[in-house]
Write a protein that binds this ligand. Sequence first.
Ligand SMILES: C[S@@+](CC[C@H](N)C(=O)[O-])C[C@H]1O[C@@H](n2cnc3c(N)ncnc32)[C@H](O)[C@@H]1O
Length: 270
Amino acid sequence: MIGELELNQIYQRDCIEGMRMLPDNSIDLTVTSPPYDDLRTYNGYNFDFEATAKELYRVTKNGGVVVWVIGDRTQNGSETGTSFKQALFFKEIGFNLHDTMIYEKDSISFPDTNRYYQIFEYMFVLSKGKPKTVNLITDRKNKWADGKKRIKGRERQSDGSLKGRRKGNLLKPYGVRFNIWRFSTGKNKSTKDTIAYQHPAIFPETLVNDHILSWTNPNDIVLDPFMGSGTTAKMAAVNNREFLGFEISEEYVGIANKRLETVKEDANDE
Ligand SMILES: C[S@@+](CC[C@H](N)C(=O)[O-])C[C@H]1O[C@@H](n2cnc3c(N)ncnc32)[C@H](O)[C@@H]1O
């Protein structure tokens, strides 16, 4: 249980109502993408951003993290700037803007003819104080590492003059990832779960997976207040984390629960 709610469930309800049932400081990580700029109607549902942000701050543990995935719509010739406004609001209410990351897609939907093709969304990594869990993924192949090359460069003293040369450390074959993450999107790429595509805006599973690995440990609690097709719940379950979710549409809760059944079946087969 967490407050009045059972863990590892997706509740069909408005996320603010749902989060109000949770105790303060109870969630380790949130990975979510809200409806934005009326881009899609999601069966006609909408949300109150400021109230959601404040509830997220209250329920996040000290050192917990919220990954807020968002983009901007272009209206009357201008991008709305909603993403920036939201990031700054999160800062105003107490979150650290720990990192502004980019989720780069490998396909575009409706290109405009007078601007470069839109290929990314923001992943604002917000933390309540200093993040308590940081497991940076180290899978970026270091093309210069040959077993002999060393990290070069000289540090400066406080008066600006260069410090003496040091024998730098050997370059490792793999380095920490950069903060632009590229994912394949679209049918059969975001997920193999065919049913998920009945939802119009699903996360790539790897995006959620990699944030869960980065900011939590096993048995931590992962929230998604806008659960949609259930990607966050599925990836939390796959990685032995507890999850909790809210989703206002009955249809999408049905899809998410079907996806979760396949995770349970796969676990039973092992
Ligand atoms: C961008 S989608 C999330 C998709 C999800 N990340 C996935 O992988 O499938 C946003 C979701 O928020 C839901 N939603 C809209 N308003 C809501 C509210 N007030 N409370 C809870 N869910 C809401 C919509 O029905 C929609 O499924």
